[in-house]
Write a protein that binds this ligand. Structure first.
Ligand SMILES: Nc1ncnc2c1ncn2[C@@H]1O[C@H](COP(=O)(O)OP(=O)(O)OP(=O)(O)O)[C@@H](O)[C@H]1O
Ligand SMILES: [Mg+2]
Length: 299
């Protein structure tokens, strides 16, 4: 299985080729997950690459990605399976006159009338897939319990139809923003990966990967500013996603340097609260204007 993830190094390389620059622990957990067949719970602040890791693993292993986006009130009918009522009704109407109820019932609770949702699809695919259960913390504990059953037994029991066994085992990633504590039962079954903001060098690599036209000097200065901004006590610190957006915005605007003026005009790309904007303008703006950031100039 997962032929591209034969070793730790290969895992890191395969993710890299898929456009994801994995740190030490990310590569390790991905490698272990692929070989131990355990789900991975990925936690961390917004915009640090949790969702992207699942997408990159799908690309790296050439597997289809099946995504279940979680939200409050998500239930089995949307996550697991649902009966296709309309089609059942049509069949009942067509058969009603000349068939007995027993025949009709056997008929309308067959696979043909089943609408598989992401969890059921993920285990009934002929080829193993990557299953992304995104933002699991948005659901309730009941949903978690149902999920545990699918993820530990790899089967789904449907009262009218019987047990549907998994044809293949997916590589499962669950992500959480920590909006609530997940149950111990779930954590016990998962490998755990904490993704945090990367250090300057890694973030620089990531920004340059997504905005290759930006000069190295500008990119470095941008990342240094973002790190400085993160160190302020903000309501919402900028994420990697926002660093990338900022890089693209500066390119689009044709900015040649990242000075106090450019920061002032464009900082709403990385900072999104009124009070945060004031703080950044005051603390970081001054340093940029005085030339205290990004001393390395282009030669
Ligand atoms: N290690 C990485 N290598 C390449 N790109 C990355 C990396 N980490 C993050 N990114 C990029 O950062 C952006 C944000 O990532 P992503 O959407 O996965 O964040 P997230 O952690 O799921 O955020 P949220 O909690 O808001 O859903 C994406 O464009 C992704 O490509
Ligand atoms: Mg996400």
């Amino acid at each position: 299985m997962a032929s591209d993830l034969q070793s730790l190094d290969e895992t890191r390389d395969a993710l890299g080729r898929a456009g994801y620059l994995a740190g030490e622990s990310t590569a390790l957990v991905s490698y272990l997950a692929a070989h131990l067949g355990k789900p991975v719970l990925v936690e961390g602040p917004a915009g640090v690459g949790k969702t992207e890791l699942a997408k990159a693993l799908a690309r790296a292993t050439d597997r289809k990605l099946i995504r279940l986006q979680c939200y409050e009130g998500l239930d089995e009918a949307k996550a697991l399976y649902e009966w296709n009522y309309r089609k059942q009704l049509l069949r009942i109407q067509v058969e009603a006159s000349d068939a007995g109820w027993n025949d009709v019932r056997d008929d309308i609770f067959g696979e043909e009338f089943l609408l598989p949702r992401p969890l059921l699809s993920a285990i009934t695919e002929e080829q193993p897939v990557v299953l992304l259960i995104d933002e699991i913390d948005k659901t309730d504990q009941e949903f978690e319990a149902m999920l545990l059953e699918v993820l530990s037994d790899f089967q789904v029991s449907i009262p009218e139809l019987g047990v549907v066994e998994a044809k293949t085992h997916p590589l499962v990633l669950l992500t959480s923003n920590n909006s609530r504590e997940l149950t111990e039962a779930l954590k016990r079954r998962c490998l755990y990966l904490w993704l945090d903001y990367p250090d300057v060098e890694r973030e620089l690599e990531i920004v340059r990967l997504h905005a290759p036209e930006l000069s190295e000097d500008m990119a470095r200065k941008l990342v240094e500013v973002v790190h400085m901004v993160r160190n302020l006590d903000l309501k919402k610190p900028p994420s990697i996603a926002e660093s990338i957006d900022w890089a693209r915005a500066l390119l689009l605007l044709g900015a040649e340097d990242l000075d106090g003026d450019v920061l002032q005009r464009t900082m709403s790309v990385i900072v999104k609260h009124r009070t945060d904007l004031d703080l950044v303008a005051e603390r970081v703006g001054v340093k940029l204007t005085d030339g205290l950031i990004g001393s390395r100039k282009a030669g």
